[in-house]
Design a protein around this ligand. Structure first.
Ligand SMILES: [Zn+2]
Length: 414
């Protein structure tokens, strides 16, 4: 009989979906959570490797369902090495599962990236594990393109996307503008296949969004970025995507809580209206994530990574809270955050409870992409994907399937 491998965390404040267990013990066995509870309920197996976390928080590993890159690498590089760099960079931010996003580009380049993601999904990576792909473009409205290259934007054509969807099972999510010709047909096709249809880079009206929800769209990509809001047509007000997302219970959404893309007031508004169960925290991080401040040339684009937050902004500038901007500084060139940074911002500066924020970074995104049967909470039988957070909500250790992939110097002796 082979010897069982136990990894045990003790003296932890365990964050479960229902409560926080003080002085808790969690046992991982062969990559899964086999037991958890308070000190008095749980017996530590004899041959276990025990980590005393000294009263720190134990949370489920973060699940980032929308990111492009990190550590100087981008998903569109379409190489194994690029994905490994992204995996390591985000593991440092407490992330254990990632869904890699492509961008609007020639279809051949998107296919190459998806092919690489499909292979990466089957491998054990050095940091966060790849769960699948998010196709973000090219089916977007030119009017709401944001940082997407308008040269490649177009209406969805079944002869193009069916090939992609037929060939690659790793596609978990497709973002598109439902008001384009063929946008509803795409939504129906995605729904039929169990792929998340997400409303994005869209100039839709409320009526368009009603039709989109009927067709199968269930999620809204990066709230307040690349979407229409209230407009006036002569004397009449017409609701846009922002109002529709806030209003319709059928839709979940996601926020970039990097301390730059959204002020605390907007994050609070979204959560107040949608509730803490319908919002996920994402990074939408680019290749410059994890590189620190400075000037970089990424994919032919010169960007500057800095803090430089205006005084009116509600989230203060602090170490590591950076963003990438175009050199003109009048536009963001993407987030450089990890989920760990976003979680800290939401607890410390937006003023939400750590339990609600952890939900938004774990079980909510896991539900959006349909992996909540094995990810997203510290529950018996689920994968032992774990993050340790200190009292000040900094990531100090990341564990993927009971395998330690990151620890800061606090735990260097373990
Ligand atoms: Zn994105």
């Amino acid at each position: 009989m082979s010897k069982k491998e136990f990894l045990v965390f003790k003296n932890a404040r365990i964050i479960t979906p229902m409560r926080i267990i003080d002085n808790g013990i969690l046992i991982a066995e062969d990559g899964k959570i086999s037991d958890l509870g308070s000190k008095d309920e749980i017996e530590i197996p004899k041959n276990a490797r025990v980590i005393d976390v000294a009263g720190k928080y134990l949370a489920p590993g973060f699940v980032d369902i929308h990111l492009h890159g990190g550590g100087g690498a981008d998903t569109m590089d379409a190489t194994e090495e690029a994905i490994e760099k992204i995996s390591i960079t985000h593991a440092k931010g407490g992330v254990t599962s990632i869904v890699l996003s492509t961008v609007a580009a020639p279809m051949g380049n998107i296919i190459k990236a998806v092919k690489t993601i499909e292979l990466a999904k089957k491998r054990t990576l050095p940091g966060a594990q790849v769960l699948g792909a998010h196709i973000e473009g090219p089916y977007f409205s030119v009017k709401q393109r944001g940082a997407q290259n308008s040269k490649y934007l177009k209406a969805p054509k079944p002869e193009e996307y069916l090939k992609l969807l037929d060939e690659y099972d790793c596609i978990l999510r497709v973002s598109a503008a439902p008001e384009l010709d063929g946008g509803l047909e795409l939504g129906r096709e995605l729904k039929k296949r169990g792929i998340v249809a997400s409303i994005a880079h869209t100039n839709a009206t409320y009526q368009d969004i009603l039709a989109a929800v009927d067709a199968g769209y269930t999620h809204v990509t990066h709230m307040y970025s690349g979407m229409s809001g209230l407009k006036r047509v002569n004397a009449y007000r017409i609701s846009g995507v922002i109002e529709s997302t806030l209003l319709l219970d059928e839709l979940t959404t996601e926020v970039i809580a990097d301390g730059h893309h959204l002020p605390a007031s907007l994050i609070k508004l979204i959560i107040k209206v949608k509730g803490p169960d319908k919002v996920s925290v994402i990074t939408d991080a680019m290749a410059t994530a994890g590189l620190g401040q400075g000037r970089y040339s990424i994919g032919g684009l010169d960007v500057i990574v800095e803090a430089n937050v205006p005084e009116e902004f509600e989230i203060p500038e602090e170490e590591g809270n950076y963003v990438a901007k175009l050199l003109t500084r009048d536009s963001f060139a993407g987030s450089v955050a990890t989920i760990g940074k976003c979680v800290r911002n939401m607890v410390k500066f937006v003023g939400l409870s750590i339990q609600d924020v952890v939900k938004m970074a774990t079980i909510n995104p896991a539900k959006v992409i349909g992996v909540d049967d094995r990810k997203g909470s510290l529950t018996k039988g689920k994968d032992a994907d774990i993050v340790v957070l200190d009292e000040d909500v900094n990531v100090v250790m990341t564990v993927v399937g009971a395998r330690m992939v990151y620890r800061n110097n606090v735990f260097s002796q373990e």
